[in-house]
Ligand binder design. Sequence first.
Ligand SMILES: [Zn+2]
Length: 135
Amino acid sequence: MARTEKAKPTVEEPQHDQYQALRERLQNQRNEILNMYKQDLRAGQESADDGTEDIVDRANNAYNRELMFSLSDTERTTLLQIENALRRMEEGSYGRCANCGQNIHVLRLEAVPWARFCIDCQELAEKGLLEVEAS
Ligand SMILES: [Zn+2]
């Protein structure tokens, strides 16, 4: 992750409560995907095993190993992006462009809460002009 500290303070620093709302949105979206997975799993095993609590526990335990195979590509990508965004919130790097270090505009974050790049760098990334991996 290139964290060049040439950030120009031209973009307003998003307020803490705005991040709080974004964090909740990310967590809700993550839970939605995870619940969908658990329901699939439960439906698939219902005839063989009616101990639903156990199945949910097992789903949690097998999280990394099985979850990624059960999700569609889109769900998997979204989930990874959400996990990354939540981790960046923990690290305090959330809301800063992973390429140029500028603050990502809060309107962009509201549209795409897991955005890693500012709008300019996102354009470069989509053209394949960024060194940073664009996931
Ligand atoms: Zn940027």
